[in-house]
Design a protein around this ligand. Structure first.
Ligand code: DGL
Length: 269
């Protein structure tokens, strides 16, 4: 199993922030990625639908012989982890627990903010995970549904994006957060904007970075890491190749995706 790839899924291209982190932290590991670009976004869908989609994507990854599954999508992680753990014969890693732990380790005043899609914040998954960890006194949660389209549009350094972030950050600032969990695949790309709006007193926790670190820990425990010096293999599958796909994917991965295979949704089940 050690030579098997790590399976990563997301509602679309956003999960490439997790692939990028795995590549940085675990450069020897091979990866199979599935982005459900035909059915994105998950952030506004019901938990039942997101759980059903997540199981379909996990089945596809299992058919590719993965040794573990990473639910890179925060929305999917927030509602489908128990169902995936029951359903998958390999370990399943979500982004919520690692992100919450990293935030708890970083906060000094115990007031932690968390932002995500409407689905992620409504699920209460981050809030519950954070409240269960010592050192966290209060959690301020804020859905930020306008940020995903702004990132996909490439408005990373646009005054409108700054205005939207300022508006969303108002309640978190007034509650005095000193740590903010970026609980969505797209938000790491807005780190400079959050940094400017919140100032240096607030630590930003990147859930993609925390999830890759959780994968690294797991590889040292019950899952074997890639042996030898073989070059890693990266495979990218999507359920649709939308307009501007490469441009958007490059923004998340930091490089273009040489080969991407479109899979019919029927085959992904
Ligand atoms: N990948 C989703 C997440 O991290 C954001 C995009 C979507 O709504 O599907 O929550």
């Amino acid at each position: 199993m050690s030579g098997a790839p790590v399976g990563i899924f997301d509602s679309g291209v956003g999960g490439l922030t997790v692939v990028r982190e795995i590549q940085r932290q675990l450069p020897r590991e091979s990866v199979v990625y599935f982005g459900d670009t035909a059915r994105v976004p998950y952030g506004s869908k019901s938990p039942e639908t997101v759980i059903r989609f997540s199981k379909e994507l996990a089945s596809f990854l299992l058919s590719k012989g993965v040794k573990m599954i990473v639910a890179a999508c925060n929305t999917a992680s927030s509602v489908s982890l128990p169902a995936l753990e029951e359903f998958c014969p390999v370990p399943v890693i979500g982004v919520i627990e690692p992100g919450a732990r990293a935030a708890a380790a970083s906060t000094r005043n115990g007031i932690v903010g968390v932002i995500g899609t409407l689905g992620t914040i409504s699920s209460g998954a981050y809030q519950n995970a954070l409240r269960g960890i010592e050192g966290v006194k209060a959690v301020v949660a804020q859905p930020c549904p306008l940020l995903v389209p702004l990132v996909e549009e490439g408005w990373l350094d646009h005054e409108i994006t700054t205005r939207v972030v300022e508006e969303y950050m108002k309640p978190l600032k007034s509650e005095g957060i000193d740590t903010l969990v970026l609980g969505c695949t797209h938000y790491p790309l807005l780190k400079p904007v959050f940094g400017r709006v919140l100032g240096p007193g607030v630590t930003l926790v990147d859930s993609a970075e925390a999830a890759a670190a959780a994968v690294a820990r797991r590889l040292g425990e019950d899952v074997e890491g890639m042996p030898g010096e073989r070059a890693p293999d990266y495979r990218f599958y999507v359920s649709d190749i939308p307009l501007k796909f490469q441009e958007i994917a490059q923004r998340f991965l930091g490089r273009s995706i040489p080969l991407v295979t479109q899979v019919e949704l029927g085959e992904a089940r």
